[in-house]
Design a protein around this ligand. Structure first.
Ligand SMILES: [Zn+2]
Length: 412
C-alpha cells in the first residue's frame, strides 16, 4: 500500500515537472511582451528598456510648451500593444519651452502689422500690353494684368509672407510657420475674370480659366504648398457675372479653401443713400448668399468706394446690424479702401469693425503701392513664432498688446 502510494506520488511529481517545463519553455519561446508606458522614464531607462525587449530605438527631440526638458512627449508604440522583436520604437523627447534664442533667431514679433491686399480685376494680359506701369491696366491700378498678379504672388512668397484667411485674422487665429508673416488677399466686385468658367468637364465639374485670378492662385497652390493659398471674394448681386454657374462657382470656392463676403447688392455709396436703402443693399446680398451657400459665407462687408470713411457716419450701424425683409443680419467686420497695413489682431488698438487694406498696384515704389508698403512693413512686421496658441512679443513692445485671457502672452 505504502509502495503504491509512493509510486503515485512519483508520477504526480513527474507530471508537475513536465507541466512546469512546458510552461517555462513556452514562456521563453513564445512570450508576448506588451509595451509599457515610458512617460516617467529617463532617456537612460528608455534605452535600457529598448535593449531588454529588443526594440530598435530612435530618439527625436522637439520643443514643447508644457513638457519639461528631457521628458517624454510621445512614443510611437501604444501602451499595452504587443511588441515584435526588432520593431522600431520612436520616442520624442522634450527640449523644453522655446527660448529667447529661438525667438531672436527668427525675429519673432506678433505685435507687428499685417497686410490686407485689395484686388479687383485680373486681366489676361502682359504688362507690356498696358499703357501704365507695373501691369496696371487703369491709372489707379484697380485692374491688373495676369503677369503682374503672378509677379505679386512670387514677391509675397519670396519675402516670407504666407496667406491666412481674413476671417481667421478677425478671429485672432493666426497659424503661420515660425519666422513667416501673414498676408491676406481680398477681391472686390465679383468680376468674371476672378474665376472665369470655360465650361464643364465630363464629370460636370467646372473648367476654370488658368489665367483668371483663381486659375493663377490654384497654380501657386500647387507650386508652393506651404503658401497656404486662400482669398476672400466680395460680391455684388450679380455674383461672378456667370449666372448659369452661380451655385457651382460659390460651392467650388468654399470647397477649395476660399471665402465669400458681402460687397452690397448694387454697389451704391452708403453715404449717399437712406438707412432703409443701406439695409436693402446689405441685407439683400446676405439673403442671396443664404439662398446659395447658407452658413458658409463670411459676415464681412467690403465697403463700396470705401465709404463711409468714418465709423461715426449715421449709416454705419445699419451696415453692422439691422433687418431686411424681416430677416436680421449681423456684420462682424467692414473693409475700407485703405492704403497701408493693419494692426496685429493682438494689438490693443485693433478694431476689426473697420479694417484698412493696401491697394495692390504698382507706382514705382511710391504712394503706398505694394513695394512702398512692404518696405514700411520691414520696420514693423508681424513675424510668427509658429504656435497659434501663444503671442510672442519682444519685451520692449509688450505695452502694444491688449491684455487677454484666451492666449498666453510670452515676452522675450
Ligand atoms: Zn467695389
Amino acid at each position: 500500500m505504502k509502495r503504491r502510494r509512493l509510486k503515485y506520488k512519483n508520477i504526480l511529481i513527474a507530471v508537475i515537472i513536465v507541466l512546469v517545463l512546458t510552461f517555462s519553455i513556452s514562456l521563453f519561446t513564445n512570450k508576448e511582451v506588451k509595451m509599457i508606458d515610458l512617460k516617467e522614464k529617463t532617456i537612460d531607462e528608455i534605452k535600457e528598456y529598448a535593449n531588454k525587449v529588443n526594440l530598435k530605438l530612435e530618439i527625436k527631440e522637439e520643443h514643447h510648451k508644457e513638457i519639461k526638458k528631457g521628458k517624454l512627449i510621445s512614443q510611437n508604440i501604444k501602451v499595452d500593444s504587443i511588441i515584435t522583436k526588432g520593431e522600431q520604437l520612436t520616442v520624442v523627447i522634450s527640449l523644453g519651452r522655446l527660448g529667447k534664442d529661438y525667438y531672436l533667431k527668427h525675429k519673432v514679433d506678433e505685435s507687428g502689422n499685417i497686410p490686407i491686399m485689395m484686388y479687383h480685376g485680373i486681366h489676361n494680359l502682359k504688362n507690356d500690353d498696358t499703357a501704365y506701369t507695373g501691369g496696371n491696366i487703369d491709372k489707379d491700378g484697380y485692374q491688373r494684368t495676369a503677369e503682374a498678379f503672378r509677379g505679386d504672388l512670387e514677391f509675397y512668397y519670396d519675402n516670407n509672407y504666407r496667406m491666412i484667411k481674413l476671417k481667421d485674422y478677425i478671429d485672432r487665429k493666426i497659424d503661420v510657420e515660425v519666422g513667416k508673416s501673414p498676408i491676406i488677399l481680398t477681391f472686390d466686385d465679383g468680376l468674371k475674370n476672378n474665376i472665369r468658367i470655360m465650361g464643364l468637364d465630363d464629370k460636370e465639374e467646372l473648367i476654370i480659366d488658368p489665367n483668371s485670378a483663381i486659375g493663377i492662385l490654384e497654380s501657386f497652390k500647387k507650386k508652393y504648398p506651404d503658401f497656404n493659398v486662400t482669398a476672400t471674394f466680395f460680391l455684388n448681386g450679380d455674383l461672378f457675372e456667370q449666372p448659369e454657374y452661380n451655385e457651382k462657382i460659390l460651392n467650388w470656392l468654399i470647397d477649395n479653401g476660399y471665402d465669400i463676403g458681402n460687397h452690397s447688392y448694387s454697389h451704391l455709396d452708403f453715404t449717399k443713400i437712406k438707412n432703409k436703402e443701406v439695409e436693402q443693399e446689405v441685407g439683400k446680398l446676405y439673403s442671396l448668399l443664404d439662398e446659395l451657400i447658407k452658413n458658409k459665407y463670411v459676415n464681412i462687408v467690403s465697403l463700396p468706394f470705401g465709404s463711409p470713411y468714418d465709423v461715426n457716419h449715421k449709416n454705419f450701424s445699419h451696415i453692422l446690424k439691422s433687418t431686411y425683409e424681416g430677416k436680421t443680419y449681423e456684420t462682424k467686420s467692414t473693409l475700407r479702401v485703405g492704403w497701408e497695413s493693419e494692426l496685429s489682431p493682438f494689438h490693443k488698438n485693433f478694431d476689426p469693425l473697420f479694417l484698412k487694406r493696401i491697394r495692390a498696384y504698382d507706382n514705382l515704389g511710391n504712394n503706398f503701392d505694394i513695394i512702398h508698403n512692404f518696405k514700411l512693413l520691414e520696420e514693423n512686421r508681424y513675424i510668427s513664432d509658429g504656435d497659434k496658441d501663444t503671442i510672442v512679443i519682444p519685451s520692449e513692445k509688450i505695452d502694444k498688446i491688449a491684455e487677454q485671457t484666451e492666449l498666453e502672452i510670452i515676452k522675450y
